[in-house]
Design a binder for this molecule. Structure first.
Ligand SMILES: [Zn+2]
Ligand SMILES: [Zn+2]
Length: 204
């Protein structure tokens, strides 16, 4: 591959708008309604609280980029006491976000269904990944909680379709839209040497 073709690919990548990158940072308000006080449920035996809250997050922001959330069910939460200073949190949310196909960068809508299943503790005794430690105010910040759940459940691969053909490594053409005719065969330099010897012998 020549330097020229590498530059072409970079140019193609820059020209193709990578989804989310230019989205204006969405307003993410954390109102009082999104904080749930867990003081009672952590200390009172048999206590249980249930909440259905609208998701206020309109854009999922992470180091991977910004992904607009286009639809969401309410966040459902059931928290019940599970001993002194402990509670079990269950529930879920289903949301749709916009992202780019991992192979061709085409914008795709992806649905993510999250099921929550965590133990809430006032103070973590050991490092249990399932445990969620609360602040001194004993409040659960629902938006931050959902944000972290999205992060750990982020799909490993997002494709526009199962058999997406991606983009041509030479010219950057979306191969789902047709062949570009580029020679994408990269010969192994070791094979080239053998080929030379073979050709030489033929000449003799
Ligand atoms: Zn694709
Ligand atoms: Zn090409």
């Amino acid at each position: 591959m020549t330097n020229g073709s590498v530059r072409t690919i970079i140019k193609q990548y820059v020209k193709r708008k990578i989804p989310g990158v230019n989205v204006i940072r969405a307003h993410m308000s954390i109102g009082a309604a999104m904080l749930i006080n867990l003081s009672d449920v952590l200390t009172s035996e048999g206590m249980q609280i249930s909440r259905e809250l609208p998701l206020e997050m309109t854009c999922f922001e992470s180091r991977m980029g910004s992904f607009p959330i286009t639809a969401s069910t309410p966040v459902s939460l059931r928290i019940r006491n599970a001993g002194a200073g402990k509670a079990r949190l269950e529930g879920g949310v289903k949301l749709t976000f916009q992202t780019g196909c991992d192979r061709c960068l085409t914008e795709v809508s992806t649905e993510l269904e999250l099921r929550f299943c965590r133990t809430v503790v006032l103070k973590a005794e050991d490092e249990d990944a399932d445990e969620l430690e609360l602040t001194e105010e004993r409040q659960l910040d629902v938006e931050t909680f959902v944000h972290n759940e999205i992060l750990v459940n982020w799909p490993a691969k997002i494709l526009c379709k199962e058999d997406c053909r991606g983009i041509c490594p030479v010219c950057g053409q979306d191969l789902n839209k047709g062949e570009c005719g580029c020679d994408t065969f990269v010969p192994d330099p070791r094979m080239a040497v053998i080929q030379d010897i073979f050709n030489k012998n033929k000449e003799v």
